[in-house]
Design a protein around this ligand. Structure first.
Ligand code: DGL
Length: 263
């Protein structure tokens, strides 16, 4: 059976791979992390679209049966535009998180946090409103969160102060549910909880997207019937950096990533 293809701007998409492995233990996975061009979160729409198309073409060369866009920025900015141009089924990480958040909120106030490009696209907001127009959405870009996580800063005074600043509008609006709209943010759950309070529900789209992938593969009769589970990792730069950080996102060491220079 063919593998599932997953791409992200770098290493953060491994939070999605972790869930895919947990929920679909018998699937082969090909992961591409665009470490040469990360971060996507501050780039223009045109550039994110071009990079996403190139990443999909790379995965198709590996004969994937299905593609999961693990990057929230690529999912919100590029996916709505490019999805219909490919025959292979493609899912992103936005819709599954939106569905769970709309289901979870009691007071109809949902917070969304993500990279600057994700928040600028208003994709989360639009999808939430489509599901329930009565929900009030409070969105906040948190650009410093990605470098914090990559530097291994998950808490402490500086991170807490920055989190307080970013999350102030959400707190003020009294949101009861917050979508962690970026691959890196699940690693900052403790500090986000500390700022917003224990009662606020944090939605981690990685778990939801794996449920959706499983449902779609089952529906299309594409689940791997055998018991293999080969996981291959490709990057466009610096495999050593990728491997060093990968453990943090995947929860275990990854086999050495292969460097590719012709994405
Ligand atoms: N993977 C990106 C996302 O989920 C975060 C890192 C970046 O800016 O490329 O939005």
């Amino acid at each position: 059976m063919k593998p599932i293809g997953v791409f992200d701007s770098g290493v953060g998409g491994l939070t999605v791979v972790k869930e895919l492995i947990r929920q679909l233990p018998f699937e082969d996975i090909v992961y591409f992390g665009d470490t040469a061009r990360v971060p996507y979160g501050i780039k223009s729409k045109e550039t994110i679209i071009r990079f996403s198309i190139e990443n999909i073409l790379f995965l198709l060369r590996h004969k994937v049966k299905f593609i999961c866009v693990a990057c929230n920025t690529a999912s919100s900015v590029a996916l709505p535009i490019i999805k219909s141009h490919f025959k292979v089924p493609i899912v992103g990480v936005i819709a599954p998180g939106v569905r769970e958040a709309v289901y979870a909120t009691q007071n109809k106030r949902i917070g969304v946090i993500g990279t600057s490009s994700t928040i600028r696209s208003r994709n989360y907001e639009n999808q939430i409103k489509e599901l329930n127009p009565q929900v009030k959405v409070i969105a906040s870009a948190c650009p410093l969160f990605v470098p914090f996580v990559e530097e291994g800063w998950f808490g402490g005074k500086v991170v807490l102060e920055v989190a307080k600043t970013y999350l102030k509008p959400l707190k003020k609006a009294g949101v009861d549910t917050v979508i962690l709209g970026c691959t890196h943010y699940p690693l900052l759950k403790p500090v986000i909880k500390e700022v917003l309070g224990k009662k606020v529900k944090l939605i981690d789209s990685a778990q939801q997207v794996a449920i959706e992938v499983k449902e779609i593969l089952t529906g299309l009769n594409l689940l791997n019937k055998g018991h293999s589970s080969r996981h291959k990792f490709y990057v466009s730069d610096n495999p050593e950096w990728f491997s060093r950080l990968a453990k943090r996102f995947l929860g275990r060491p990854v086999p050495k990533a292969t460097m590719v220079d012709n994405v």
